[in-house]
Design a protein around this ligand. Structure first.
Ligand code: SF4
Length: 333
């Protein structure tokens, strides 16, 4: 039977992913108890800004009553807002629809420090519901290509891989594969505290890309070993690196360090990949990326290999595609 309409939970999640929610005092108040969003709310010109600073901390994740999780994206143009109701919150559409929600709470470990006095909130661990994300090397070398005389080779949609205060706090040297010993130790202490605090069902290793995929393989093997020392097979781990060469994958798999891999192709079709992901194209290449995913399927098996796509990026005006062209591309996958 052909499904002609999206389930309500999927429709709501999609709408909020694209439209976001606009700022209210209730959303600001919720942030005091909620897991914080790494991307602050940015007020539009003319939008009421009770902080007087142009930006505000907002929660990271909301839950609806049926257990659907939705990332909180701030947008002053959204028709959705959050209001308080009793002990909880309502998500309210300007058209009248309202949905009871809760926010993912701020865990106790975020207010603690590691044994050397580093705030655990700055050790490269974040939560997405029951998933812990480990990102101790967020800086991406594709961002630095412009410093070598050419244009930046970052993915066109990416704002999170630039070297910044996070990379400095984690001691990431943008030219080096290894991270400081203290960075791994602090991450381990925080990860141990996080799995003590709530049920974590997945651990996801991510980070910025390296221009040499063999070096990226070394970085993720080392990271996975440190994570494995903490988890000891209690929680499945996914490797969310860029595509890795076969030799690195065989070691990751052979040592039993991760149960899944996720190499993000971001967009389907060679011409779009070349334009949208110039760094991935230059340093790995479209065919090698897909070949790497096929190698992974041969090692980990079906349902253990993933590749995220950036929804809707084909429809950015510079690509000149109609929605029918874009839908045809998705049909090819
Ligand atoms: S590989 Fe692309 S998406 Fe990933 S951090 Fe680098 S620029 Fe961003």
């Amino acid at each position: 039977m052909t499904q002609v309409a999206l389930p309500d939970a999927v429709r709501l999640k999609l709408e909020l992913m694209f439209e976001g929610v606009r700022y209210t005092d209730a959303l600001g108040a919720a942030a005091e108890q909620a897991f914080p969003n790494f991307y602050p709310y940015r007020f539009q010109p003319g939008e009421r800004d009770p902080t007087g600073t142009g930006h505000a901390t907002i929660p990271y994740l909301m839950w609806t009553a049926d257990g659907t999780t939705v990332r909180v994206k701030g947008s002053g143009a959204s028709r959705w807002r959050v209001e308080s109701k009793g002990d909880g919150f309502l998500l309210i559409h300007d058209g009248g629809e309202s949905v009871p929600i809760t926010f993912d709470p701020r865990p106790a470990w975020m207010n603690r420090t590691t044994s050397d006095g580093t705030p655990m909130a700055q050790t490269g661990i974040s939560l997405h519901g029951d998933m812990a994300v480990v990102n101790v090397a967020p800086g991406c070398q594709y961002f630095l290509a412009d410093r070598q005389g050419g244009p930046s080779l970052r993915c066109t949609f990416c704002t999170y891989g630039a070297p910044d205060a996070r990379t400095a706090a984690l001691g990431q040297d943008m030219a080096a594969t290894a991270l400081p010993v203290a960075t791994y130790r602090r991450m381990q202490e925080t990860l141990a505290a996080a799995i003590e605090d709530r049920e974590i069902r997945n651990v996801y290793l991510v980070g910025g890309s390296m221009t040499d995929w063999h070096e990226e393989g070394e970085r993720f093997i080392t990271l996975a070993r440190h994570v494995h020392d903490v988890l000891d097979d209690r929680v499945p781990v996914s490797c969310g690196s860029g595509a890795l060469p076969a030799e690195s994958q065989r070691r990751l798999h052979g040592e039993g360090l991760v149960e899944n891999v996720c190499f993000n192709l971001e967009v389907w079709s060679r011409p779009l990949f070349e334009r949208i992901c110039p760094g991935k194209q230059r340093f790995v290449g479209y065919d090698a990326w897909i070949g790497s995913l096929e190698t992974a399927v041969g090692l980990w098996g079906r349902e253990h290999v993933y590749s995220a796509m950036v929804a809707g990026i084909e429809l950015e005006p510079e690509h000149g595609l109609t929605w029918v062209d874009a839908a045809d591309l998705v049909d090819e996958i």
